[in-house]
Design a protein around this ligand. Sequence first.
Ligand code: KG4
Ligand code: ZN
Length: 333
Amino acid sequence: MYILAIESSCDETSMSIIKDGIEEICTVTNTQIDIHKKFGGVVPEVASRSHIENVTIVLDELLERSGFTIDMIDAIGVTYGPGLIGSLMIGLQCAKTISLVTGKPLIPVHHIAGHIYANNLEKRLEFPLIALVVSGGHTDLVYMKEDYSFKRIGSTLDDAVGEAYDKVAKVCGLEYPGGPKVDKLAKLGKDTYDLPYPLDDDSYNFSFSGIKSAVVNLVHNEEQRGNKIRVNDMCTSFQNRVVNVITKKTIRALKEYNCNNLVLAGGVAANSYLREELTKACKDNNINFSYPRMAYCTDNGAMIGAAAYYAYKKGIMADLTLNAVAVETLYNE
Ligand code: KG4
Ligand code: ZN
């Protein structure tokens, strides 16, 4: 089964053709990072306009590069939420139009399901599993007993982890998107700043606003005294605490839910220290650990095609009344 998948929830217009939920035939992505850089973050109205400009160009290029025609596609998978409403609507409109013209099934895909199923493009998911979803909009621990069954067991109470990375980066004078830069500079620094650990308790929830505010206050206090902070050390101190707590809670969840399988998902899955620490902890606890390759960590059409296949197998389909939703929970248990 060949699925044409469309993702446009934030600042990437990305389309893929995916075979049977596991094989990537071709992906074309247009990223708007350079456009949003000068604003220090994604500007929703600018993002939707850019999706409008790019949507047909990306589709044409996908068909040209893959050698596929629309007739060769069996179904269309599309991100319907959560995300920026204007951005989502462009991809959704494109998918609905193709479905209307060709009569092929339309499969609605939740963005987070996409991030989780990015792992399926590397290696078939094994169940039961715990998915650690870490992105610019989410920080969730999810229990999956089988394909396309999602039970959230913990979540952030305030900021998403990627959001905290980006904010810390910004206050340290690093360019958007700051997460990858904090990751890089943390390797060069020392853990010298006495920051609070983020919600280091017995729950599976997370909270990053405390540590984020501590960094912001520290930077501002030093600035007022005419001092500069040691950016590398700040990145190390921040990242150590964040990764430490996330790793600890994830391993505890795996044990409590009797799972031998952990998958990492979302943009922050690209973080080298998080991967390293989870790899070590999983090895010590005999847990199979997988994470997507770098290209599948940040938003992409391939992950949406991977998820769409399993949604379709569960009978999840939509008609042309399908609407974009900014906030929507994935969890069906
Ligand atoms: O999944 P994604 O592309 O978009 C959302 O669905 O939110 O994630 C983007 C987030 C941004 O906050 C970005 O700074 C963060 O992922 N990110 C990283 C790294 N690479 C991307 N954060 C920490 N370390 C990284 N290496
Ligand atoms: Zn995402």
